[in-house]
Design a protein around this ligand. Structure first.
Ligand code: NDP
Ligand code: NHF
Length: 320
């Protein structure tokens, strides 16, 4: 396993994503498979509603002595429903309880728009005080409940606003990044600001075609990493799969990747990427696959009406 070092912490360069896996049997078996394979970094979120399953499995490994807590790197995220000053401390306590942990390694603001459920049970967006939320997250670092704090789905001007008020600067930025949507602008900003980037949906989230709205409406063909002839040629040369090449490209570009799989074979396949090297020609060919924002899978976090009209909706700027 490789690590990325950033100031006070080091983060394993590969982690297991867990978005949308809520079935206890399925997630338990995926987590056990991943731990046996050597994964030590796990990505969850309060809104994935699976922190309790992650916690149960980790606790079994730690309490049986198979693993020490400090060998693990656990990321979770502040829910949009708790993204208000006054709710932050309780949110981390709830996540820690579900995860059965004393501390989280990385805690992220999941998305820069706060959401609330009304008495009519309707999800609505709220005016959002990002700086106020960050200040309360800093207190949680001081209290030892999380080692580091960071941002997810923030754009450059939002990150700058946090940096301007921060005593503890954001250490990490989790954003959608894959071969077809390479996020060069945001990555270059993060590099200059010593912010580690975690690439979410590093395989372009193939099971989520409903999110390819923009590509569909513009009539562009849907990009697919698994049957792309340019990727297949490089994969064949290295005797690797397209998924392994897609992940390796991001790793070699200095990013952390968190592919999700619950399939034992693919969990192992995605981990088996530390024993080959993409040469300069491969890297250039893969760089050319970038299609910019039309290949963005997650256009919004559609938990609430009016999300895209909210002043903090992040995806209006910084997209190539
Ligand atoms: N911060 C945020 O807002 C977001 C964070 N995330 C995080 O990033 C993680 C990864 O992103 P995600 O959107 O899940 O998508 P990924 O790009 O990781 O793709 C996951 C899909 O690819 C399939 N897959 C995995 N490995 C392979 C392989 N080797 N060959 C073929 N198919 C494969 C999986 O199916 P199968 O299980 O059958 O293998 C699954 O359907 C999430 O799980 C979550 O933790 C994701 C979205 C937003
Ligand atoms: O992490 C996430 C996975 O994608 C979803 C798409 O709405 C979101 O809930 C969230 O960003």
């Amino acid at each position: 396993m490789e690590f990325l070092n950033n100031g006070p912490y080091k983060i394993p360069a590969l982690g297991l994503g867990t978005f949308s896996v809520r079935d206890e049997v399925e997630l338990t078996s995926a987590l056990n498979e991943a731990l046996e394979t050597g994964y030590r970094h796990f990505d969850t979120a309060a809104i994935y509603m699976n922190e309790h399953i992650v916690g149960k499995v980790l606790n079994e490994w730690i309490s049986s002595g198979k693993l020490k807590r400090d060998e693990l790197f656990i990321t979770t995220k502040l829910s949009l429903f708790d993204e208000q000053p006054g709710l932050v401390e309780n949110a981390i306590k709830t996540s820690l309880k579900k995860l059965q942990l004393d501390y989280i390694d990385l805690w992220l603001i999941h998305f820069p728009v706060a959401v609330q459920i009304t008495v009519e049970k309707e999800a609505i967006t709220l005016p959002t005080d990002l700086e106020g939320v960050w200040k309360e997250m800093e207190q949680q670092v001081a209290l030892g409940r999380t080692r580091t704090i960071g941002l997810s789905n923030f754009n450059i001007s939002q990150i700058k606003r946090i940096q301007n008020v921060a005593k503890i600067k954001p250490a990490n930025l989790q954003i959608e990044t894959h071969l077809y949507f390479q996020q060069n602008k945001l990555r270059s900003f993060a590099r200059k600001n010593n912010i580690t980037v975690v690439a979410y949906s590093p395989l372009a989230s193939p099971a989520m075609p409903q999110f390819y709205k923009e590509a569909l409406t513009s009539g562009a063909p849907l990009p697919n990493i698994f049957n792309d002839s340019a990727i297949s040629a490089i994969a064949k040369k290295h005797k690797k799969t397209n998924a392994q090449v897609a992940l390796k490209y991001l790793l070699q570009s200095g990013l952390v990747v968190i592919p999700r799989s619950t399939n034992p074979k693919r969990i192992r396949e995605n981990f088996d990427i530390f024993n080959f090297h993409l040469d300069d020609g491969d890297m250039l060919a893969l760089k050319r696959l970038d299609r910019g924002k039309k290949a963005k899978v997650f256009l919004m976090l559609n938990l609430a009406k009016e999300m895209t009209k909210h002043p903090e909706y992040p995806f209006r700027e910084n997209l190539p």
